[in-house]
Design a protein around this ligand. Structure first.
Ligand code: PLP
Length: 429
């Protein structure tokens, strides 16, 4: 069957022939989606518990998002950041009110927002210390198990070796702190550090929550040394944990907050939110981007944020999250290879004592989309609009997947030092 004049076979053939080989993709062609359901070219339905990796927060085809895209696409898709349009200012206001930050810069992606955050931290520390090249604080602290993106700056603060090594040398001056290890943070924090970048709830790293003690100490040390505390909320932010931002479970605020994934309902848009101190270092011309913050993406983002508020989704995220975790804990009693159920709101991880990939493959075969991160953590990121019924369906399908998938051997990755340390600290807490 043709879809818009292209058959699935032709799409696959061209993909194999013409696309760079950067992703391990299942040989399935998706053609449409609605809510929590995606349909492939053969008409097979999939329950979407991955949400485009935390992008499709209102599910697929949400009427408010579709309506806004239609309305704005007919008016204007792009002008230029040399001029104002109707939506950037009001979107900035809304993001400021959600976050408690003061000013906003729009980008096209998560990694570009991280680059912006690193540059703004550099500018801020340099301006604070006289403005000369020597006055900057070039050091950056990030965490073991972190993931911040694929461009050079973001990759430099991403700890995963297999992502880093092919591109070394990366940015100098980056050190990784053992996850939630306050003593290690204190040992590595000195006057040369200009930024400390933290995912309050790590995503790609396997759904690990930063502790209050670690966050508070990072805040104190950043203030003491004049460094910027950066919260990477690209995956965990904008409602996913049942709060506007995951850092809002801590008493102290960061200086810079970075968001992207769900911001524009599936269209590409990211943002760097900063406090007034960081903003005061910025003047026209020091930073910019062509596409970031166009009228279409900003209008849709504003509609997304309003929908979260008006449909009272934060409370629903918390309730559905509790249902999902409770169901997974029941499965844990049944399947001894489930080590731990972690997460907050609708950002949930299930750590296994065996390899996770075969379960992802079997889930796909049985019509459920999930993924596996760090080899042994199954990750679930359903839309904020997921229903109790869909959670029930998901849990029952997952139970079948767990029951019928052949077990593979224990993974050597379980002994990796970062993960072992993270687990030891989590247990000690
Ligand atoms: N930071 C975090 C926490 C992420 O999860 C991701 C993407 O998965 C990124 C940064 C990079 O975002 P993008 O893929 O939009 O560049």
């Amino acid at each position: 069957m043709g879809h818009g004049g292209v058959t699935a076979q032709a799409a696959l053939r061209d993909a194999h022939r013409f696309l760079l080989n950067t992703y391990k993709r299942a040989p399935i062609v998706f053609v449409r989606a609605k809510g929590c359901t995606i349909v492939d070219a053969d008409g097979k339905k999939y329950l979407d518990f991955l949400g485009g990796i935390a992008v499709n927060a209102l599910g697929h085809g949400h009427p408010r998002i579709v309506r806004t895209i239609r309305r704005e696409a007919g008016r204007a898709i792009h002008f230029s950041n040399l001029y104002h349009h109707l939506w950037q200012g009001p979107l900035g206001r809304k993001l400021a009110s959600w976050s408690g930050m003061d000013r906003v810069f729009f980008t096209n992606s998560g990694t570009e927002a991280i680059e912006g955050a690193l540059k703004l931290a550099r500018l801020y520390t340099r301006r604070q210390n006289g403005g000369s090249r020597a006055s900057g604080k070039p050091g950056i602290l990030a965490l073991d198990n972190s993931f911040h993106g694929r461009t050079f700056g973001a990759l430099s603060i991403t700890s995963t070796r297999k992502y880093r090594e092919p591109f070394e040398p990366l940015l100098p001056g980056v050190q990784f702190v053992c996850f939630n290890d306050v003593a290690d943070l204190e040992a590595k924090f000195d006057a040369t550090i200009g930024a400390v970048v933290i995912e309050p709830l790590q995503g790609e790293g396997g759904i690990h929550a930063v502790s209050d003690a670690f966050w508070n100490r990072a805040r104190e040390l950043a203030t003491q040394h004049g460094a910027a505390l950066v919260a990477d909320e690209i995956q965990c932010g904008l409602g996913r944990t049942g709060r506007y931002f995951a850092y809002q479970r801590f008493a102290a605020r960061p200086d810079i907050v970075v968001v992207a994934k769900p911001l524009a309902g599936g269209l590409p848009l990211g943002a760097v939110l900063v406090n007034d101190a960081i903003a005061s270092a910025v003047s026209p011309g020091v930073h910019g981007t062509t596409f970031g913050g166009g009228p279409l993406t900003c209008a849709v983002a504003l509609e997304f944020l309003k929908t979260v508020d008006e449909e009272k989704l934060l409370g629903k995220i918390q309730e559905r999250g509790r249902e999902l975790r409770a169901g997974l804990i029941k499965l844990q009693r049944k399947f001894d290879f489930i080590r731990e159920v972690r997460g907050e709101g609708l950002m949930v991880g299930v750590e296994l004592s065996i390899e996770g990939a075969p379960f992802v493959t079997e889930a796909l075969r049985s019509g459920v989309l999930i993924n596996c991160t760090h080899d042994y953590v199954l990750r679930f990121l359903p839309p904020f609009t997921v229903t109790s019924r869909e959670i029930g369906q998901f849990l029952s399908k997952l139970e079948t997947v767990f029951a019928k998938t052949p077990r593979t051997a224990l993974l050597p990755a379980m002994n990796s030092s970062a993960v072992a340390k993270a687990r030891a600290l989590a247990v000690a807490r």
